[in-house]
Design a protein around this ligand. Structure first.
Ligand SMILES: NC(=O)c1ccc[n+]([C@@H]2O[C@H](COP(=O)([O-])OP(=O)(O)OC[C@H]3O[C@@H](n4cnc5c(N)ncnc54)[C@H](O)[C@@H]3O)[C@@H](O)[C@H]2O)c1
Length: 436
């Protein structure tokens, strides 16, 4: 992993960041020519919608400070709380853009106060090109104003929230006393799943299988010292044999049947994570036929989950109904249960809220000027003139003095007052620069 860049004091997100921006604008006011003073003074009163930025290094620092188990537990708690108030959310199946190599998806959800969305991709061949299969970022915005309040990495956070969601479902659906778990697919998500199940479900023994033995060796090395008894297996069947819980978290753009009916044992719980896209499955249809099937948001899972293989009226239970006591979970100790996970926007809402609150608590993150500060919110165009008069903002004069010549000219035009001739001259001047 890369070196941690710890957020320093000047990067910390706080009201002081806005104050600094304000005083910078006010200093600029004193230095501007007379004709620009009014506009600049108004700019000093401008209220910007401040956005907290959490990049990959910020989230990494946050997880290191709080500890991964604490983050997994806190995110699971947030997901559970959100699922318990399921009816409060405006929910939509995610929008997917498919290509031959993968999918790019947008996942929106909102309650009365917060709108959240995640951008996420799924490109199973990425790892051979040095990129993760799954990469993500997300936004939290105020519903009342639409102002974006948080822009955050969600690649690490997706692994945490997916593991937290899986463990939350298993806590309700797996046989009490489940201690052994097979994980088939030992890539980026694997260790997060293992640790969430250790802490939330009580798993103590892990059987690892991946078609890429190096991935299993990586997972085993990362999990050494975790307290889990680790077994490297030579096949999916060997991993599944005798396991209380089976997690499938493979990445392959194929209709795979990694778990077949012949592998099932009474009372098994299957946490199927990797079948999350049309044409991408992990379970043989016979596994679903033999099981009680639980899903996140049915309209989305019918399209994307292992459920895509089943008739439209195949019965499933949305998990929130179990949490709210409106539907039974596991029927008995011999029932086979499947959590057909595809990842739902509400889990990302919970993860984003966790990141925001934990970052503010820890003083991690940066204030991002994503939205311009406007003295007169109807005068967006005027911002261009104010910025020019105030010295071009923070933008470096990379064009070798071109920007400063623009500034001088604009200040001169404003001082003299706009005349048809001077506006024409300014336009000509700008065009000449643009052509340069
Ligand atoms: N449901 C959700 O909420 C959710 C969230 C995140 C990721 N995912 C999905 O989980 C899957 C894994 O994600 P990742 O980030 O760990 O990907 P990854 O590419 O890092 O790891 C996937 C692993 O699966 C292995 N694999 C592929 N086919 C296999 C097979 N037939 N048998 C055994 N192993 C096999 C690969 O060798 C690889 O090591 C992806 O399909 C991703 O789309 C789902």
């Amino acid at each position: 992993m890369g070196k941690v860049v710890q957020a320093n004091n000047t990067q910390r997100f706080a009201a002081s960041a806005t104050n600094r921006a304000m005083s910078k604008t006010m200093n600029a006011t004193r230095e501007t020519p007379r004709g620009a003073t009014t506009r600049a003074t108004r700019t000093s009163r401008a209220a910007a919608a401040s956005t907290l930025y959490l990049g990959a290094q910020h989230v990494l620092e946050l997880v290191r400070r709080k500890g991964l188990p604490a983050c997994l537990a806190a995110i699971a708690e947030r997901i559970e709380a959100d699922f318990r108030r399921w009816q409060h959310f405006d929910k939509t199946a995610r929008v997917a853009s498919h290509s031959a190599s993968g999918v790019i998806e947008l996942m929106p959800v909102a309650d009365a106060s917060q709108f959240a969305f995640k951008y996420v991709n799924g490109h199973p061949a990425n790892t051979s090109a040095g990129l993760p299969t799954v990469m993500a970022f997300g936004v939290l915005a105020d519903v009342a104003t639409g102002a974006p309040r948080l822009l955050a990495e969600l690649t690490l956070a997706t692994a945490m929230r997916t593991a937290a969601m899986s463990a939350l479902a298993a806590r309700q659906l797996a046989r009490p006393g489940s201690r052994s778990m097979a994980i088939i697919g030992n890539g980026a998500q694997c260790e997060f799943q293992a640790l969430a199940f250790r802490d939330a479900v009580g798993v103590r023994e892990l059987r690892l299988f991946d078609t890429d033995t190096a991935a299993s060796a990586k997972a085993a090395a990362n999990l050494a010292g975790s307290g889990l008894a680790l077994h490297l297996c030579r096949s999916a069947a060997e991993a599944v044999r005798g396991a209380d819980i089976v997690t499938t978290v493979t990445a392959d753009k194929a209709k795979a049947a990694i778990v077949t009916p012949a592998m099932l044992e009474p009372g098994m719980h299957i946490n199927a994570v990797g079948g999350d896209c049309p044409g991408k499955t992990e379970l043989h249809p016979g596994v679903l036929e033999a099981a009680g099937v639980f899903v996140e948001f049915e309209p989305q899972t019918r399209i994307e989950g292992d459920l895509q293989q089943m008739p439209a009226d195949f019965p499933v239970t949305e998990f929130w109904r179990v949490l709210q006591g409106l539907a039974p979970g596991r029927a008995d100790a011999r029932q086979i249960t499947v959590f057909d996970s595809v990842g739902f926007a509400l889990e990302d809402h919970a993860a984003l809220c966790f990141l925001r609150d934990a970052a503010l608590e820890q003083g991690i993150g940066e204030a991002l000027a994503l939205v311009p500060a406007l003295a007169d919110p109807k005068d967006l165009f005027g911002l261009l003139a104010a910025t020019t008069a105030n010295g071009g903002g923070d933008a470096p004069d990379a064009a070798g003095g071109l920007a400063s010549r623009h500034r001088e000219h604009a200040a001169a035009v404003r001082t003299a007052g706009p005349t048809p001739g001077s506006l024409a001259a300014a336009r000509g001047h700008s065009r000449a620069h643009a052509d340069a």
